[in-house]
Design a protein around this ligand. Structure first.
Ligand SMILES: *Cc1c(COP(=O)(O)O)cnc(C)c1O
Length: 428
């Protein structure tokens, strides 16, 4: 299968090239030339498939010319070696717990898959690859963990100073080896802009073999559709499944839309955002207007110009009416988020993280009769412990896995919000 650019200027490339290049030169996003419809029988018998087996069915047609089946199978078994359970939080409202991977957030799925694909492609390349990643919080940790000690791959992570949680920062800055952390005086959009510019910089590209691990990379994005099938499988008796997705860069929700296009019977989606509500506003009137990013408690969603918006359009043949047929927006501010975390804990003893909380509340308010709701719990609450303590008004014990990490020493290089400084660092 070939992948074309959503800007339609660059030429279509193979899966392998799309993964290695990450971003087409025309600044679009790679998108598959065809969205395969999955076999009816597979969809009807999902419960007989394990998570990696679902992955095989979902991904094989995208990758078949570039990764032999057996290798894909091996990659999926390694990448998806943790569970993704659905739990009932209250009547009709379920959580898809995406935080059982090594860095406790959904980004482990895509990052681990991408790392193994690149490792495989790199076996025959004999060149070092430099991965550039901008992170608003969770991407960096997942990528650092996914790529740590992968031979021939160096990782440079840019994160906004003071805008990630302590635990997130530890996950970015304590691995060492082939992982370098840059602490940027600026917000996530600034980090993302620098990474994008580097990819288009001829100087840098003549010296370094760049690749990206952001959610824009097709190998991060495609495997995220797997767990929408997994959710459906576990809720197999549910009618009219509504999926609420706490969204920032809109990789997750568009992966769900891809699953739907492949034949998964998802009734509709709710794009749940914090105060950075470009897409919920867009879904109201079709007007995509970017405002300055504001910091919130759900910091992994502090994105005002989500990179995956073109994929949302592409999935619906650029037809706004078609998008809003299946997609609704929802927004919650910080105070409301805290209130929701508190009330959900009081009534269900379920601890929400500030991102999942917005998805949960979207279902509380928007679910209609005869619908079943599932929201994506995108990270474990301990990644946002101080917010959880504030919401629940009590001290919480750190789980062991967290306290070990917190004792490690942070190693990061500070840089200003200037592209030249970043460039000098990369070439230096
Ligand atoms: C990255 C992230 C999000 C946003 O996901 P997108 O795919 O960028 O929309 C939401 N919650 C958490 C915890 C995240 O790490």
């Amino acid at each position: 299968m070939k992948f074309y650019s959503t800007n339609k200027q660059s030429e279509a490339v193979s899966f392998r090239e799309a993964v290695i290049k990450s971003l087409p030169t025309d600044k679009g996003l790679y998108f598959p030339e065809e969205v395969p419809e999955l076999d009816y029988l597979f969809l009807e018998t999902l419960d007989y498939y394990s998570l990696p087996e679902i992955g095989m069915e979902v991904l094989r047609q995208f990758t078949k010319e570039d990764i032999p089946e057996q290798k894909l199978n091996e990659i999926l078994h390694e990448a998806l070696d943790f569970e993704i359970p659905v739990k009932e939080v209250e009547k009709n409202i379920h959580t898809l717990e995406l935080f059982h991977g090594p860095t406790y957030a959904f980004k482990d799925v895509g990052a681990r898959f991408l790392a193994r694909c690149l490792g495989y492609f790199n076996e025959t390349e004999n060149k070092e690859v430099t991965i550039l990643v901008a992170t608003s919080g969770d991407t960096g940790g997942a990528v650092a963990s996914g790529f740590h000690n992968v031979p021939g791959v160096n990782v440079v992570i840019l994160y906004p100073s003071g805008k990630v949680s302590d635990l997130q920062e530890k996950q970015l800055t304590t691995l060492g080896g082939n992982i370098t952390a840059l602490e940027v005086e600026g917000d996530f959009d600034a980090c993302q802009a620098m990474v994008k510019q580097a990819f288009l910089d001829a100087d840098i590209n003549s010296k370094l073999n760049l690749s990206s691990a952001n959610s824009i990379n097709i190998a991060r994005w495609l495997p995220q559709s797997i767990y929408f099938f997994e959710a459906y499988k576990q809720l197999k008796d549910a009618k009219k499944l509504v999926v609420a997705v706490p969204s920032g860069n809109y990789g997750n929700i568009t992966a769900g839309m891809l699953a739907k296009k492949m034949g998964l019977d998802i009734h509709r989606f709710i794009a749940a955002s914090n105060a950075n509500d470009t897409v919920p506003r867009y879904l109201k009137d079709g007007n995509y207007e970017v405002k300055p990013t504001v910091p919130t408690l759900s910091n992994a969603m502090d994105v005002s110009d989500p990179s995956n918006h073109p994929r949302m359009l592409e999935l619906h043949e650029q037809n706004f009416k078609d998008i809003i047929k299946h997609t609704q927006g929802f927004t919650l501010n910080d105070q409301q988020t805290l209130d929701v975390m508190k009330s959900c804990y009081a009534s269900n003893q379920y601890i929400l993280d500030p991102h999942g909380a917005i998805g949960y509340q979207a279902l509380k308010e928007k679910l209609e009769k005869k619908e079943t709701g599932v929201f994506l719990e995108t990270a474990h609450y301990s990644k946002f412990l101080s917010t959880v303590e504030q919401a629940l008004d009590q001290k919480m014990d750190l789980p062991d896995f967290v306290s070990d990490l917190m004792t490690k020493e942070k190693v990061a290089t500070k840089i200003g919000n200037s592209y030249d400084e970043f460039k000098a660092f990369l070439l230096g």
